[in-house]
Design a protein around this ligand. Structure first.
Ligand SMILES: Nc1ncnc2c1ncn2[C@@H]1O[C@H](COP(=O)(O)OP(=O)(O)OP(=O)(O)O)[C@@H](O)[C@H]1O
Ligand SMILES: [Mg+2]
Ligand SMILES: [Mg+2]
Length: 452
């Protein structure tokens, strides 16, 4: 009988797969093939399956479209004990000089290092396995693979951009993908929580769930939600280490997410904010309140968005009890002068690459002081003053943010900065102004990468 090693090169010619490296696994009964986007279709009276195979390990960009007649659907238990339904197809496999029929279960599990497994059914009566050997029926080099799959290595004309975010259905994310594609780039959505990394001085890596190595990106657009700031920024640092341009650096995002640190940087850069205090001990609460000119005053959780952690205390007594209540549960807060004359209005300036590309005024709902859209605020068009424009640009720069949503409030002593956001939403501001901000973001990446 012929000998098979622990891995062998196969051809699945009927499926249009001219070479695929298989793991010989006599511990498994049936053979399996990695398949993505599996769809059941009918051809006449027959049931078929349509799917894609990524025949090259650690490469998702080569995807061969396949079709085969469905012969069965089987419940298979994975090594982790999870049952799943897998379609089974029958096709011809070629191994060196031999060709024979084989049944393959289609496994869409991402974690397949080998794209194909040869199980007992395929081996019985044909081969003996010698696990100490490999490629007994011929070898396929990387160069051969490139030649065999050359039609799939499409000539790249645009950039490859990664959108590092959490929800592909958010308006902002959909718009960024759309704008990137419209400008001829490939935009790949990366769920930040499915990305992981190898920290190694000689071969650092970034991988995606399933083991694909993410080494194809020219730039990454971070849209990190606050709850995963820490992890998301670690990923951005890794991309940066690997030479991938990040539209907003990990450093800049980290700074802007910490209201206390950000306020200190504003003060240092001569950027005016409402009088703000921060203290550790409840013993200092009374003076803290005096320091910001007494009530009514604003209390802000250090990490808050959409206005959720911003409270107005109308009296000194109320302020004191709210401040001390937060302190008793070890929650960090800022105490801030209330800008009453703003009348529940603030200004959101969208800054990209040192320019204000759009701005809107937000008006809080009746009886509410927070102008956030999430708190029922209404957006309207506004022409900002030269001073406000300068303040917005300077504030984004103080945070080193290339893309920033800068919130400004109009006080009796001129415009004051409220905060700078590193993942400003596009929906409210694009709809109100009719400006294509996503396009400006993509253009900026092109400029930074000198892409023409
Ligand atoms: N000192 C203040 N005086 C008056 N109104 C204020 C003050 N600070 C905040 N506000 C109002 O409350 C809103 C929310 O405050 P802020 O922007 O600081 O919080 P946030 O929760 O981080 O919101 P965002 O979603 O913009 O990140 C502001 O947009 C503004 O309308
Ligand atoms: Mg904020
Ligand atoms: Mg805000």
């Amino acid at each position: 009988m012929k000998i098979l090693g622990s891995e062998e090169w196969c051809q699945l010619n009927l499926l249009g797969v001219p070479a695929i490296k298989a793991r010989v696994d006599s511990g498994a009964k049936t053979s399996s093939l990695q398949a993505n986007n599996v769809k059941f279709i009918t051809k006449g009276l027959e049931e078929w399956v349509r799917f894609e195979v990524n025949p090259i390990q650690e490469n998702r960009s080569v995807a061969v479209p396949c079709e085969a007649k469905l012969v069965d659907v089987r419940t298979v238990k994975s090594s982790q004990g999870i049952s799943e339904e897998r379609p089974v197809v029958r096709t011809m496999v070629t191994l060196g000089d031999d060709s024979f029929e084989i049944e393959l279960t289609l496994a869409n599990r991402d974690t397949m290092e080998y794209r194909m497994l040869l199980g007992r059914e395929a081996l019985n009566g044909r081969y003996l396995v010698d696990p100490s050997k490999s490629f007994c029926h011929g070898e396929v080099t990387e160069k051969d693979m490139k030649a065999k799959y050359s039609p799939y290595f499409t000539k790249k004309t645009g950039l490859t951009l990664g959108l590092l975010a959490s929800n592909p259905n958010l308006y902002s994310n959909k718009r960024i993908i759309e704008a990137g594609e419209a400008r001829g780039h490939e935009v790949v959505f990366l769920n930040a929580e499915h990305v992981y990394m190898k920290l190694d001085a000689s071969s650092p890596e970034i991988r995606y769930r399933g083991g694909n190595i993410l080494d194809m990106f020219d730039a990454v657009i971070p849209r990190i939600k606050p709850s995963i700031t820490f992890y998301g920024c670690a990923l951005l640092r890794q991309f940066d280490t690997l030479g991938v341009y990040c539209l907003n650096s990990a450093d800049a995002i980290t700074k802007s997410r910490d209201k206390l640190f950000a306020s200190q940087l504003f003060a240092k850069n001569d950027i005016h904010i409402p009088i703000t205090g921060f203290a550790k001990s409840p013993l200092d609460t009374k003076d803290l309140i005096r320091m910001v000119n007494g009530s009514p005053l604003i209390i802000k959780l250090l990490e808050s968005t959409q206005g959720k952690g911003v409270v107005l205390a109308e009296t000194n007594k109320a302020a004191e009890s709210v401040i001390n209540a937060f302190k008793s549960v070890q929650t960090n807060i800022l105490v801030q002068e209330f800008i009453k004359e703003a009348n529940g209005q603030d200004i959101r300036c969208f800054v990209v690459n040192g320019k204000v590309v759009a701005s809107i005024q937000r008006q809080a709902q009746k009886g509410e002081f927070r102008a956030n859209i999430h708190q029922g605020g209404k957006a309207s068009l506004i022409k900002i003053t030269a001073e406000e424009r300068k303040l917005a640009v300077k504030s984004a720069k103080a945070m080193d943010l290339v893309v920033a949503g800068v919130d400004i409030i109009r006080s009796n002593r001129g415009p004051l900065l409220l905060e700078v956001n590193s993942s400003p939403g596009l929906e409210g501001i694009e709809n109100a102004t009719g400006k294509d901000i996503a396009n400006v973001m993509i253009e900026t990446i092109e400029k930074k990468l000198k892409f023409v």
